[in-house]
Design a protein around this ligand. Structure first.
Ligand code: NIG
Ligand code: FE
Length: 407
């Protein structure tokens, strides 16, 4: 049995309640055993049964649930630094894609990369994320876009799940763009997705969710409906890359299909807010994509006021968001999405857990939850967000086991 004590602020982050309600406890303590949290409360109220637990002095720091990055494209070949420079010179993301760059160029690089190369690169990224206090990562395929290479990406995730401590939540994004060789035969590719890839991925349990990118240059709403309905019939949870560059009606489709999350939403309308709220669909905001594309930020205030839970994630990928720095995304959500530090914290913990269907297991520091715990070198959440540092994470406990300990 282990005890964390001398905690200036502990945020339990219950998944229910308002977005700003982080369940803050000052002068707190926490007990865990065998990977599960047993008790959380005021240190001076610690029950006698836990007095023999091995103590760890947190030095008056902030303790939060292990951070959850609920939207990444973790496995990809190559990078696209050249496009970053072109965008700064004034070219748009869609212009670069139309000239053969963009997602299609990463598809080429991913197809050309071996399983081992992809795995090693993704493992390095995960190591950096863990050091920042991230303990669970959703990771999408979508850069293979053919049978073998989509499976290869998902197999990378399955292998990494066995080899490193973070929990990975794999999502099939075979419907990212139409692969170049199918431009004139869109329906044939969609048939490959629905009749071959989805059933095989289900059979081998290589993904929990199915995602679809609905946008100009990607899939239409009616194509997305067809793919996602096929995925739903097979038992996949649903996610949608929705309303990023153009408003298509994808957020309304997410609500119609009962998707667990609608992600991006830079172009969402007020009418869509209510649809997502009524459906209980989580809005996943990706402020680093807005930052890198110099695009609009999501209307988080409108969504929260309409009763939608707003998650914050990195969108780590080689194009629109080449960074897996979740605390930086959280800072951007404060500054540019008008979310308070408390709202952002819930967005990267319990609400992020809801966006991957694990809100009863992770994302909250409550008795019975998995002992995924991050200790931040700040006295409270406001100070952490305000005083941005390359890495303010002092220690990480994943499933009850210390991963980093700089206390
Ligand atoms: O979520 N919007 C579509 N897909 C990714 C970008 C992928 C890329 O540029 O490689 C995103 O932003
Ligand atoms: Fe994305």
């Amino acid at each position: 049995m282990d005890l964390l004590h001398n905690i200036s602020q502990l945020a339990t982050c219950p998944v229910n309640g308002k977005q700003e309600e982080i369940g803050s406890i000052s002068d707190a303590a926490l007990v865990w055993e065998f990977g599960k949290i047993l008790w959380v409360g005021k240190e001076n109220a610690l029950p006698d049964t836990y007095r023999d637990a091995l103590p760890h002095d947190c030095g008056g720091r902030l303790v939060i649930p292990g951070l959850i990055d609920c939207h990444t494209h973790l496995c990809f070949g190559g990078w696209r630094g050249n496009e970053f420079a072109q965008r700064i010179e004034g070219k748009s993301y869609l212009e670069i894609a139309a000239a053969g760059g963009g997602i299609a160029s990463t598809v080429k690089a991913t197809r050309e990369s071996s399983f081992d190369v992809l795995k090693q690169k993704a493992a390095g990224l995960l190591e950096e994320m863990l050091a920042l206090g991230v303990t669970t990562v959703e990771c999408k395929s979508g850069y293979g876009l053919d049978y073998d290479n989509e499976i290869k990406q998902l197999e990378v995730y399955a292998a990494l799940q066995q080899e490193q401590p973070l929990d990975l939540v794999p999502t099939f994004l075979g419907a990212h763009i139409i692969p170049p060789e199918f431009t004139e035969r869109r329906d044939d590719y969609i048939e490959l997705l629905t009749n071959k890839l989805l059933p095989e991925i289900k059979r081998r349990e290589l993904a929990e969710f199915c995602d679809c990118y609905i946008d100009e240059g990607a899939y239409t709403v009616s194509e997305g409906r067809k793919i996602l309905q096929a995925a739903h019939a097979l038992g996949f949870g649903l996610k949608i890359h929705a309303e990023q560059l153009t408003h298509t009606g994808a957020a309304s489709l997410a609500a119609e299909l009962g998707a667990v999350s609608a992600e991006h939403l830079e172009r969402i309308t007020v009418k869509d807010h209510k649809l997502l709220a009524d459906a209980g669909t989580v809005a996943v905001s990706l402020p680093l994509a807005s930052m890198y594309l110099k695009d609009d930020y999501i209307d988080a205030r409108g969504l929260i006021e309409a009763g939608v839970a707003v998650a914050v994630a990195t969108d780590l990928n080689p194009g629109s968001s080449p960074s897996g720095h979740l605390p930086l995304a959280m800072l951007q959500a404060c500054l540019n999405q008008a979310m308070t530090p408390a709202e952002v914290l819930k967005g990267a913990t319990s609400i992020a857990a809801k966006a991957i269907g694990r809100e009863n297991l992770i994302g909250s520091l409550l008795a019975g939850y998995q002992a995924d715990i991050t200790i931040i070198d700040a006295k409270d959440i406001n100070h952490w967000m305000y005083h941005f540092r390359a890495n303010a994470c002092a220690a990480v406990i994943k499933n009850g086991v210390w991963q980093h300990n700089r206390l």
